[in-house]
Design a protein around this ligand. Structure first.
Ligand SMILES: C[S@@+](CC[C@H](N)C(=O)[O-])C[C@H]1O[C@@H](n2cnc3c(N)ncnc32)[C@H](O)[C@@H]1O
Length: 271
């Protein structure tokens, strides 16, 4: 069953502000795969669960025509308002009912979103809309990331892990698909030619306030916020304070690095 946790306007605004686009090494894995599959004449790319469009825009810089789709009107509204490219458009629609003809799409991508879909129904759509030899790339960030700053990375990572564990109480069941590193997504992809790449490490520069904003975008934080707004806001304030104290700095604009591992399911439809 599909789950809808990204409808709120404020959440979409946080998304646009704090969610980064597909990191570079993840992009390299996807683009190398497409080269290997000789998918060099890609015309139409569909980015499913595109959110506020951060990764859709990366694709637009590279391919002829890109359509970002998402079930959330608020997310698509944010995506449309961002500066973009003329070859991108957006549509509100469920991943399980894509508004494309049979055999009309060259590449389907989904970044940090496929676990939210009704996976069997989405896979049927992937198979239906892709052209023969069309490709798919479905990625997620793995749960354990680390925060790096001078000699206090271990302590900062412990703080992050503590917050993650606390918020995990509010996580939807679907987050387990991420924890299991997309095994279910891989197994459900109905193509013979497929692979699951699990060790894609990226380092993302971010300010301390960016880290706090990133936590704010987590669906499990949003669930906590709707159940106990005061406690949720206090948690973020306290976390920022703890991070700054650990780093021995005053400004939340101080830069840290987030080290993040992605998992990507790659596949190519048969002839
Ligand atoms: C974690 S966000 C990822 C957004 C963006 N791709 C990124 O990389 O940051 C997940 C997105 O999937 C969308 N989504 C969830 N279920 C969906 C469904 N069944 N069909 C289409 N989009 C869906 C949500 O509305 C949300 O925007």
């Amino acid at each position: 069953m599909a789950v809808r946790l990204f409808e709120a306007r404020d959440h979409a605004v946080s998304y646009q502000k704090y969610r980064f686009s597909a990191p570079e090494n993840l992009q390299s894995v996807i683009f190398s795969y497409l080269e290997e599959k000789k998918a060099d004449s890609i015309q139409l790319v569909v980015d499913v669960g595109c959110g506020s469009g951060q990764s859709t825009r990366v694709l637009a810089a590279r391919f002829e025509k890109v359509v970002g789709t998402d079930i959330s009107e608020a997310q698509i509204e944010e995506a449309k308002q961002a500066a973009s490219f003329p070859n991108v458009s957006y549509q509100v629609c469920p991943a399980e009912e894509l508004p494309f003809e049979d055999g009309s799409v060259d590449l389907i991508t989904s970044f940090a979103a496929a676990h939210w879909f009704d996976i069997p129904r989405f896979m049927k759509e992937v198979d239906r809309v892709l052209k023969p030899r069309g490709c798919v790339a479905l990625s997620t960030y793995s749960a354990n990331l680390s925060i790096h700053y001078k000699d206090c990375s271990e302590r900062l990572t412990e703080i992050f892990t503590e917050i993650w564990d606390l918020l995990f109480k509010y996580a939807d069941e679907k987050v387990k698909i991420v924890i299991a590193e997309y095994k279910e997504v891989f197994e459900s992809l109905p193509f013979q030619d497929k692979q699951r790449v699990t060790q894609i490490l990226d380092k993302i520069p971010m300010t301390v306030s960016g880290v706090i904003g990133f936590i704010r975008t987590f669906s499990m934080y949003q669930s906590f916020l709707s159940i106990d707004p005061e406690a949720a806001k206090y948690l973020l304030q306290k976390t920022e304070q703890r991070i700054l104290e650990t780093m021995g700095v005053c400004s939340n604009e101080t830069q840290v690095e987030i080290w993040l591992r992605s998992v990507c399911i790659l596949g190519c439809k048969g002839p």
